[in-house]
Design a protein around this ligand. Structure first.
Ligand code: FEO
Ligand code: CA
Ligand code: CA
Ligand code: CA
Length: 642
């Protein structure tokens, strides 16, 4: 999200390998020879070179020697102002703006929305998303299970040619400030709080494309379309389910999901939505309230982000005894079955509690699932969960692969090696601190502090490349004073992208990392591919890396979508958003001929900056910009990014 709460709450002082000598690996040395070739320089002396340079590393070199990036970049001069721009070989369409009805006959947009209407309309703060193809008219799930066996790209090959014009889009609604949603800085009634709460969460929307290359996608009447918001019943699963720290004095059932940032999707066809800055929705007017250790580590404060929900909804009042522990119910990864609107969303506690940016699922050769997740705050960590057994075997036994397994946190050593540090009661220091696994998971950040994880420059999205390297965007960190090799800029206002290879296997505990690129290195006068603040990442199976930005761009640019060739390091600008917006979220159809991205907080809600996507005049003449989804296609019908 914008910049609501990225101050550090990590007072652990973790500084791995404090040896200042290590910082002699200055970024210029690390990057000698240009982008993406750091590995050989960095690891030649550490014996790790083979880990990053093996035959699998060749996958990114492009198919048959053809250039991966065949489009004309958006010129810097065209990438500013109130309207989006796109490469001349491409076209875009705008769909699903905030406030449009979920069902074709649903309540039409009006501003400010009424609470009951908002619960049946697209939410605000469009962020992570995924497209689940519908293979036939009866809405059968698109062959995901069988596909995985043959194609690590999770069904792409099998589903090729099917479900490319019809499917379920799961769409996160991260946040919407009161001024944007309500037209005032603070709610003045419970009704207004409900409006704000209903604008958050997730939309599941069945959408269909009209025939033709430029066909417009639109929502269709569907029993699967649904809204999940801050008041939707949810349930807990995994080691912390039923824990005393997840129960309230008044026994209210678990409700809702909040600040749904990035996402994941599973090989069994479900959607994962991730709760990021959940702390900011809580607050209290009780001057005597002070945060305990856990609340401090998660950043709870009396005013929160200024939503004021606690003024009318005591569930969000940190000092209300009836709702003690309510705040522990947020900060989780939530599993949603897009194909079953009656399913209760499940909070998967085995994946830990922190400010989850996303949750990227990869299937190991053994069939076990690995889930990567960044904790987006200054000086917080990168995590990996490994399922206990192959996902097929577990599901055959009636178990969720996301309920049983091992959670790890990353340590990046200055010599290019790294370890996944286990977070369980098998670690003596953690057994001393926590009574049980539930308590540990509810306080995942504190456990990670204890084992000595590496504090990072705000970990955002993670993606697994065609080269089987794992890429993570570290968006920026203006507060870093002491650099280390993995976070070499101090301060780091523009961010970088780190990547690693799992040395033994995806389920192993050793990694070898290098820095893919440093954003500041693209800012030179002679460079057209300048960008800052990488956030959204998605790797395609050909070796492309889609990079989305969220932050102040140089040279007057709006936030943007770029595509990198992970083999050559080449970088081109495919699309730019509008004034004040962030570009985020990536989804593709199975044939990769259609790409969905989101424009979040256009104009930061200020109509003087932009009225994207259209001039929405309300009866009193007020106009308001609306978050929306952008549908991107190549004019010649080719693969997106090519
Ligand atoms: Fe919601 Fe860290 O972006
Ligand atoms: Ca955001
Ligand atoms: Ca961000
Ligand atoms: Ca983000």
């Amino acid at each position: 999200m914008n910049d609501h709460d990225h101050d550090s709450s990590n007072a652990s002082g973790n500084r791995p390998f404090h040896d200042v000598l290590k910082t002699n690996l200055e970024r210029r040395k690390v990057l000698k020879g240009g982008l993406a070739v750091a590995a050989t320089t960095l690891f030649a002396s550490s014996g790790m070179a083979h880990a990053l340079g093996g035959s699998r590393g060749q996958a990114a070199a492009g198919r048959g020697g053809r250039a991966l990036l065949g489009f004309t970049p958006v010129a810097i001069a065209d990438g500013s102002g109130p309207n989006p721009s796109i490469s001349p070989e491409y076209q875009f369409d705008v769909i699903l703006p905030w406030g449009d009805p979920l069902q074709p006959q649903g309540p039409a947009f009006q501003w400010p929305p009424r609470p009951a209407d908002q619960a049946e309309q697209i939410g605000i703060g469009h962020d992570g998303m995924w497209f689940f193809p519908l293979i036939n008219a009866h809405g059968r799930r698109g062959g995901w299970d069988e596909a995985v066996e043959n194609d690590p790209w999770r069904g792409r090959a099998l589903a090729f040619g099917q479900g490319n014009d019809h499917g379920l889009l799961c769409l996160n609604h991260e946040f919407g400030d009161n001024t944007h949603v309500l037209g005032k800085s603070m709610p003045e009634s419970l009704d207004e709080v409900r409006t704000s709460q209903h604008a958050h969460g997730v939309s599941v929307i069945e959408i269909r494309k009209r025939p033709g290359r430029k066909g417009h996608w639109q929502p269709v009447k569907s029993p699967r379309s649904r809204r999940i918001h801050a008041n939707t019943p949810v349930r807990f699963s995994g080691p912390a389910a039923g824990h005393a720290l997840l129960r309230t004095a008044n026994g209210n059932i678990p409700l809702g999901t909040l600040n749904n940032c990035a996402n994941g999707y599973t090989p069994w066809g479900t959607y994962l939505t991730c709760e990021e800055n959940f702390n900011g929705y809580f607050g209290t007017e009780d001057a005597g309230w002070t945060p305990d250790e856990s609340q401090q580590r998660y950043g709870f404060s009396r005013d929160g982000f200024g939503y004021g929900w606690h003024l009318y909804d005591k569930r969000f009042d940190l000092a209300d005894a009836d709702y003690q522990n309510e705040e522990n119910r947020f900060g989780w990864v939530v599993e949603i079955d897009p194909f079953d609107a009656t399913q209760t969303p499940v909070k998967r506690t085995a994946l830990g509690r922190f400010k989850h940016e996303g949750s990227t699922v990869h299937v190991d050769a053994s069939g076990r699932v690995v889930v990567y997740s960044g904790d987006d705050q200054r000086f917080d960590y990168i995590y990996k969960f490994v399922s206990a057994d192959s996902w097929r075997a577990m599901r055959a036994r009636g178990e969720s692969p996301l309920d049983h397994g091992t959670l790890y946190v990353a340590r990046f050593n200055d010599d290019g090696s790294g370890e996944w540090l286990e977070l369980s009661l098998d670690v003596p220091a953690l057994a001393l601190r926590f009574a049980d696994m539930g308590e540990l998971l509810i306080n995942t950040r504190i456990a990670a502090d204890i084992v000595g994880a590496t504090p990072m420059d705000r970990p955002e999205w993670v993606t697994v490349g065609a080269d089987e390297r794992v890429y993570c965007a570290l968006t920026n960190n203006s507060r870093r004073i002491t650099p280390d090799a993995a976070n070499p800029m101090a301060p780091n206002p523009d961010g970088h992208i780190i990547r690693w290879q799992e040395v033994d296997s995806f389920v192993g505990e050793r990694l070898a990392w290098d820095i893919f690129l440093i954003a500041a290195d693209t800012h030179g006068e002679d460079r057209d591919d300048t960008f800052s603040d990488p956030d959204g990442l998605w790797a395609d199976p050909d070796g492309r890396l889609f990079i989305e930005t969220d932050g102040g761009q140089k040279k007057g640019l709006n936030n943007q979508l770029l595509v990198a060739d992970t083999g050559s390091g080449e970088l081109r600008r495919l699309f730019t958003g509008v004034s004040g917006c962030e570009v985020t979220g990536v989804a593709v159809t199975p044939d990769r001929r259609t790409l969905f991205v989101n424009l979040q907080h256009p104009g930061d809600g200020d109509p003087a900056l932009t009225n994207f996507p259209v001039l929405n005049a309300t009866p009193d003449g007020v106009t308001i910009p609306r978050d929306a989804t952008i549908v991107i296609t190549r004019r010649d019908g080719g693969i997106v990014g090519s």
